[in-house]
Ligand binder design. Structure first.
Ligand code: SF4
Length: 162
């Protein structure tokens, strides 16, 4: 099967939400290198915007959380608030070996893996993951959101027919 073009991906994001897909990044104690790779996504070689994806500072405007770091306990409150403020249907993407639990053990300061705090839809390994790995993970997350929107529509139709 051929790879989807940027235009096809942009159309999928638009069909899902009626607008572009917005991403809120949350750093739960990373060394900041994963964030550097995320910032590179807006640079010309990757050009995240051509896919219809934009970074937003507001979780209320976001469709997807992109989370880095080992989930330090001091960030629990901020992380959970960002999750709850992000409207459904939403996806959570864990970025980097820290968020996957590959570097830190769980102890009094860190959870060690993000999935001990939030439900995760997509895991992107790497220390740090490359921008292309991040893009691939985001595209997988779009697929998860499509499934979620389809399930929601099915539930609404079933309820209306009852
Ligand atoms: S995965 Fe690596 S690059 Fe990313 S926050 Fe952890 S140590 Fe830093």
């Amino acid at each position: 099967m051929s790879e989807p073009t940027a235009d096809q991906l942009r159309r999928r994001a638009l069909a899902l939400f009626g607008r572009s897909l917005h991403i809120r990044t949350v750093d739960t104690g990373s060394c900041a290198v994963c964030e550097s790779e995320i910032r590179l996504l807006s640079a010309p070689p990757y050009d995240l915007h051509r896919l219809g994806f934009f970074l937003t500072p507001a979780p209320r405007h976001a469709d997807l959380l992109l989370v880095t770091g080992p989930a330090v306990r001091a960030m629990d409150n901020a992380l959970l608030k960002a999750y709850e403020a992000t409207p459904d249907p939403k996806a959570v993407v864990a970025v980097g070996a820290c968020a996957l639990g590959g570097i830190y053990e769980e102890d009094g300061l860190v959870h060690g893996a993000l999935d001990r705090v939030l439900p995760i839809d997509v895991y992107i390994p790497g220390c740090p993951p490359s921008p292309l790995a991040l893009l691939q993970g985001l595209l997988v997350a779009v697929g998860r959101l499509e499934e979620r929107v389809a399930a929601l529509s099915f539930d609404l139709v079933a309820e209306a027919e009852r």
